[in-house]
Ligand binder design. Structure first.
Ligand code: MN
Length: 293
């Protein structure tokens, strides 16, 4: 049994009873209410974490049950170097405050926060730690909630390819120009890094598809109607061989959450898009110009 002092996380988390968050909590009008919210792959403790976007999300959305589907705190990275800005404490503050206000909070640890795993069954400040959970939707469907790293053993060969995203691809494209400028000076023929990159991206797409099938298949053998996971940073909801596969995405690039409406309808929220639309100037709807007869 691990001792709490060995956790590479701040010794003191903010007490939502006695402290205020760094970024004040905003309630603009009424919060959107959902039956259930799933978020994962937040990676608190890393520069990649989009804490500001997640804080905005928490300030606009309310739910009866909140599932934290793993890789919430990045213990791997925190062990190497301490990085914990006030905004990251603010995310923790909002989760704990939510629990105090009566939201059921279930934390299913992933691989980056595996140091939480030994606390399976424990309850910290109203946050239930569970290795996995079964969620029953408003329509009576049973969903297995897991982070999804347990399927890595099956997928090991192509694991890293999942993280070859658009950003990496764009960077490679720029690199391609530089590499070929040098090659030209040396009198070498054009060599397409983009072809290599495209091949890798294609493999990444194949990896994601294969991963989704593996997870759905495992869920089917468990006798549940569906599965909610994270891990591969790729939000998705689709039916695979009669099983509902849901992936809530991440808060590093995608900034997505999976939600269940009060009637049981499931939806993926793309929060970066919501924020962009909110701050965009109101579109003037002008009447279409009359056409010449
Ligand atoms: Mn993970």
């Amino acid at each position: 049994m691990a001792s709490i002092s060995t956790l590479p996380i701040p010794a003191r988390f903010p007490d939502p009873f006695t402290t205020d968050p760094h970024i004040p909590e905003r309630v603009i009008g009424e919060r959107r209410s959902y039956r259930t919210v799933w978020v994962s792959d937040i990676h608190l403790g890393t520069r990649g974490c989009n804490a500001a976007m997640l804080i905005d999300f928490f300030d606009h959305v309310d739910c009866e049950t909140l599932y934290l589907v793993g890789d919430i705190i990045d213990g791997w990275r925190l062990k190497k170097r301490h990085f914990w800005p006030p905004e990251h404490n603010d995310v923790v503050w909002r989760v704990l405050k939510r629990a105090k206000r009566g939201t059921r909070v279930v934390y299913v640890p992933g691989n980056h926060d595996e140091m939480i795993k030994p606390f399976d069954g424990f309850d910290f400040g109203g946050v239930e730690i569970r290795r996995e959970a079964i969620h029953e939707t408003a329509t009576g469907k049973k969903l297995l909630v897991v982070h999804g790293d347990d399927f890595d053993a099956v997928m090991l060969a192509h694991r890293w390819l999942a993280f070859v995203g658009d950003a990496a691809y764009t960077a490679l494209m720029k690199c391609n120009v530089a590499v070929n400028a040098v090659r030209k000076k040396l009198g070498l023929p054009y060599w397409s890094l983009s072809m290599v990159a495209k091949h890798k991206v294609k493999n990444a797409v194949q990896f994601i598809g294969r991963y989704e099938e593996v997870v759905a298949h495992a869920a089917r053998t468990r006798g549940v109607d569906g599965v909610v996971c994270g891990h591969i940073h790729s939000a998705e909801m689709r039916e695979i061989e009669g099983v509902d596969y849901y992936n809530d995405g991440d808060w590093v690039e995608g900034c997505t959450a999976l939600v269940e409406h009060h009637d049981g309808t499931m939806e993926i929220l793309h929060w970066a898009q919501e924020v962009a639309q909110r701050s965009a100037p109101a579109q003037l709807s002008l009447p279409a110009p009359a056409r010449a007869a």
